[in-house]
Design a protein around this ligand. Structure first.
Ligand SMILES: [Cu+2]
Length: 147
């Protein structure tokens, strides 16, 4: 009989402890969720606003980039726009990012991307005037420096 009451007491204490801990764990979970939500909000704000805008104007004449500099230098994470003007239609290829895009002789074309990967990447022609080909000579290099 004494043993039974002892066992019963132990059981009762265990149940009481369990009941006490449940609200505590729930409360700490809520707090953690709040913290996570706050962090996400901060990140969301920075995602839309804090990326640095970088805009470049590139002109192509007689299948070559006009000007001395054949390198575009940016920082990883930049929000990049390259505006192309050309005297001839062409298919261009940004290596590394593997973006292929068309430029035309009639209007400017904007290549837009976020510079997620760092490194040195060639922009080559995959043919001018709709003739398919792959120029091994790079028109331009894109250098993305690590943030
Ligand atoms: Cu290519």
């Amino acid at each position: 009989m004494i043993r039974l009451t002892l066992h019963f007491n132990v059981l009762l204490i265990t149940i009481l402890l369990a009941l006490l801990t449940i609200p505590l764990t729930l409360a700490s979970h809520e707090k953690k969720n709040d913290e996570i939500n706050n962090k996400q909000n901060i990140n969301n704000n920075s995602d839309s606003n804090s990326l640095t805008q970088k805009i470049f104007n590139i002109e192509i004449k007689q299948q070559k980039v006009v000007g001395k500099s054949k390198t575009i230098r940016i920082t990883q994470g930049d929000n990049v726009s390259i505006i192309w003007q050309s005297d001839e239609a062409a298919k261009l290829h940004l290596h590394g990012y593997d973006i292929e895009f068309d430029i035309s002789a009639s209007e400017a074309k904007t290549l837009h991307f976020i510079a997620t990967a760092s490194g040195r990447f060639a922009i080559t022609s995959h043919g001018f005037s709709n003739k398919i080909g792959h120029g091994h000579e790079a028109l331009l290099y894109l250098e993305v420096y690590p943030d």
